[in-house]
Design a protein around this ligand. Sequence first.
Ligand code: C2G
Length: 129
Amino acid sequence: QKTVLTYGTFDLFHVGHVRLLKRLRALGDRLVVGVSSDEFNTGKGKKSFCSFEERAEILLATEYVDAVFAENSWDQKRADVKRFNVDIFGMGSDWAGKFDDLKDCCDVVYLERTQDVSTTDIKKALAKI
Ligand code: C2G
């Protein structure tokens, strides 16, 4: 069974997230997602509109995500790769190269980001209404 792993905040869930998760899931038999905790987001300089619990529930409601867990720090990835027996680690292309250090324990892929959609843009557009 081939396991794929990714991480993210996934706030205000949008088609950029859907298209990434769909492509990642297609690379294996199950997709496990590390969802950034609210505390970790603060460290990322992000304040998500939806709580960790809501963002996790939305991800699990998709047909692409098989399991979710909390992402609490930048340096838990290697342990998570071992914990979930991960074959492929994947992120959107804005992260290209950033996680190549994991190549000794799993395949690392960066998939093209979906253009013209982001949580930040959604927030800005709504603020203008
Ligand atoms: N993404 C995408 N296309 C978009 C927007 C996002 O492919 N239009 C991808 C990002 O590249 C990322 C994933 O969707 O792989 C989740 O994006 P965010 O929620 O913004 O996650 P991020 O803040 O990048 O957190 O340790 C890694 C971090 O937790 C990643």
